[in-house]
Ligand binder design. Structure first.
Ligand code: PMP
Length: 434
């Protein structure tokens, strides 16, 4: 029996992909872990018909679909609670403020942060990284300091640091990866030094699915006194995060990648660090007193939430996190890992298909190329079959360039996807004809 290592588990090439190693039997992973068909009923958009075919949503790394409970929460807010927050004595202000602050507590609990003061609401991962670069970064990074990134980063975790380096005279250092898309840890260690002030690291690569050794890197960076920002845009919905264990200085994520609304995201920041940092945006809501001569700021987290917040979407994000927590991230990660193995095995049987990025630790993202077809042609052909995948540079041009590429097709899975959908996709790829 031939096998290969797709990520951390062995897969048997000539058996059906899901193989129970304890009893040697094939089993239905969907039923064994949770009832995926029941879960799918929570997502109304999965009933859409695209080009006369049932929608198959394999673009989860770009954005996730929303369960009815999140959609309902938004509607309920506008029907029963809508008001600005923190600023009025009337009933709706109290309802909206409670809903908003309850969501902050939900995020705190989800991450296991010590305090709600460490949770700041922003537009998304991009705005979160900009917040850190343009507040703490501007105040603390000096000429000659080094900002250490990796080759895997999304543009959101490159551009703000590049701008900061240009403005301050600091230097961007890029840690290399191997041909499978794994960070070369020995090389990484050599790049950490007394000049390193900030380490920026994606938890999961949005192009290759590589799960980075975040815990080890946080520990190494802290040993030399550097601060660490984790970009959790891709990990938040796929692997459990305990912030007190991982112990980054900041961690950022977007609500829309975890079944919540677009336009809302979170910066977790260590309390002492946030306390010592001046805000980057200013105006209403973040001040304590204002005169033309003197201004004082409110304590964290409000100091970093200038202007009217995206209140309804904060509240709905809280609902999305509750929804995910009810299913359980460990169960989600296990199920998605099986889907990943199933899809990897199936895709590898397609003549001329090459998977890009085969890290040992991988999440449910598969980039690939198909001989004879541009990635955009593959994307269009799959769309004709109702299958949504991403094709392009995935806002991460440096890693593609490192691998000698300009674009790939990216198939990214979530817990509402099924083996049957993967089978449809494989059949469509086998028959592709542009
Ligand atoms: N970082 C990573 C790893 C991402 O995948 C993304 C979104 N594709 C972002 C940052 C940016 O997220 P947003 O566009 O929601 O701000």
């Amino acid at each position: 029996m031939e096998y290969f290592k797709a990520n951390t588990l062995r897969i048997y090439q000539d058996s059906a992909p899901i193989f129970n190693k304890s009893n040697g039997k094939l089993y239905d992973s969907n039923a064994a872990i949770f009832d995926v068909e029941k879960i799918r009923q929570d997502f109304p958009i999965l009933n859409e018909v695209i080009n006369e075919k049932p929608l198959i949503w394999f673009d989860n790394a770009s954005t996730t679909q929303k369960p009815q409970t999140v959609i309902d929460r938004l509607t309920y807010f506008y029907q029963h609670e809508n008001s600005n927050i923190h600023r009025a004595a009337h009933t709706l202000a109290a309802r909206a403020t409670d809903a908003y602050e309850n969501a902050r507590e939900t995020v705190r609990h989800f991450l296991n942060a010590k305090s709600v003061n460490e949770i700041i609401f922003v537009k998304g991962t991009t705005e979160g990284i900009n917040l850190v670069a343009k507040s703490w970064g501007k105040q603390n990074i000096k000429a000659g300091d080094e900002i250490l990134l990796t080759h895997l980063e999304h543009h959101a975790n490159i551009v703000p640091w590049h701008q900061l380096a240009m403005e301050t005279g600091a230097k961007l250092i890029v840690a290399p990866v191997d041909d499978q898309g794994q960070i070369l840890l020995d090389e990484y260690k050599k790049l950490l030094g007394s000049r390193t002030k900030l380490v920026g690291l994606c938890h999961i690569s949005n192009v290759l699915g590589t799960v980075t050794p975040a815990q080890e890197i946080v520990n190494l960076a802290h040993e030399i006194g550097a601060k660490v920002l984790i970009d959790a845009a891709q990990s938040i919905a796929h692997i459990p995060i305990d912030i007190q264990e991982l112990n980054p200085d900041w961690l950022v994520f977007s609500g829309h990648k975890i079944f919540g609304p677009t336009g809302i995201g979170v910066v977790y920041g260590r309390q002492d660090l946030l306390d010592a940092t001046d805000p980057w945006q200013s105006g209403g809501n973040m001040i304590s007193e204002v005169s033309f001569e003197h201004i004082s700021y409110r304590p964290i987290p409000k100091r970093f939430e200038a202007g009217t917040a995206n209140i309804a979407d904060v509240v709905a994000l809280g609902k999305a996190l509750d929804y995910v927590q009810n299913i359980g991230l460990t169960a989600i990660a296990n199920y998605e890992n099986e889907l990943l193995e199933y899809a990897t095995l199936g895709l590898k049987t397609i003549p001329g298909l090459h998977i890009v990025g085969n890290a040992m630790e991988k999440a449910s993202v598969i980039s690939f190329l198909l001989d004879g077809f541009a990635p955009s042609e593959v994307g269009q052909a799959l769309n004709k079959q109702g299958i949504a995948v991403r094709s392009g540079h995935h806002c991460a041009q440096p890693i593609l360039k490192r691998l000698g590429l300009t674009s790939t097709v990216r198939l990214s899975l979530a817990f509402y996807n099924t083996k049957s959908e993967i089978n449809h996709c494989i059949k469509a790829l086998e028959k592709i004809d542009c």
